[in-house]
Design a protein around this ligand. Sequence first.
Ligand SMILES: C=C(O[C@H]1C=CC=C(C(=O)O)[C@@H]1O)C(=O)O
Length: 410
Amino acid sequence: MTPSRHRVAPSPAPVDLSARTAPFLFQGPDGAIGATGTLHPLPRGPLATLPDRISRAMEGMAPTGLIGGALPFDRDADDCLWMADQTSRTPIAARTQPEIAPTWTVTPEPSAEAYAEAVQQALDLMKNQANLPQPLRKIVLARTLALVCDQVIPVPSVLARLCQDASVTAFQVALPPSTDTGPDTVTDTATDTDGARLLVGASPELLVRKSGAQILSHPLAGSARRRSDAAQDRAAAQALTASAKDLREHAIVVEFILDTLAPHCTTLTAPSVPEITSSATMWHLGTPIRGELRDADMPSVQIAGLLHPTPAVCGSPRDRAAQIIQQLEPVARDFYAGAVGWTAANGDGAWYVSIRCAEIQGRSARLYAGAGIVPGSVPAQEAAETGAKFAALLRALGLPHDMAIPTDPH
Ligand SMILES: C=C(O[C@H]1C=CC=C(C(=O)O)[C@@H]1O)C(=O)O
């Protein structure tokens, strides 16, 4: 992560965004929530300035208002938050994909093989540093798929398809224009009038939900691909609950969240053994962590900022893991593996880990998927796991859900 820059930009002017670029929309187990009415982008800044910017924004906020948006992976990079004076609970409309079958080019960046090599490098680093006073225990490494379509990507249909899985929270957040669009970002101004850059996804992972003084975090770590055959699917879940490697990978996240929340809570509890949870495409180990806040007025986005990024997406110790991620991953994470969510005028709200997502602009999409690496991880298996984690987005885009899973050489 870069050295901190404590700056707060002047308040930008209100904007009138079209329905296609709704600044933020969420739909999942918490219901549907989005913003309507007059919208203001919040002054952007790094996490260090978030409490100050949020308390200033909330001073002038309508009781019906909502703050929502995205925090980037890098704690020192600028976030992207919006404030609206009205909250919408309208569910995301069911839509179907247009009849015409689009043509796609799909480029893995890095390739699955190069990703597996990076996993091996991460394992070597952990081995070499095993005797340090604070050894590296976990590094979450991600890879991406760069997609270009011959038509503008129909984001409303993609989002509607993501909503079909009721166990995840489908989301869309409008992002600021990219500073590094790169040669493979293709927009089509003839048909895509706003050329908006959107983060679209379906997160299975609750970073924090706050209601009054009560908070719940539900970290996930430890994964297995769902199978179409019922017996194989059950076996995959059973193997996951018994996997020592996955249980260790999971425990590091729970420990971090308990340590981070403890100073802010009067009570904090978590079961000692994780539960098995699932989305339509993946099994995960998950632990519900419940707490009661000392300061019931702390806004939910601020709690998200305390926790983010957990070792479910970064590693342990956090700053060293983040540095290694920057060295080993060829593509910047930007808003992948950050947090997306909303905070109401009374501070309540819900923030999700921004995984199982893509950045979409015009005819281009970049999909991201990562996996937690701990001693005992097998590089080829981690490449396969990340391949499986692309499934939800690939399916929503109308592509074969398993196209990014490398074929087993054995
Ligand atoms: C980093 C991702 O998943 C995290 C969440 C659940 C399980 C994970 C795992 O088993 O590695 C990851 O920690 C991702 O989907 O990109």
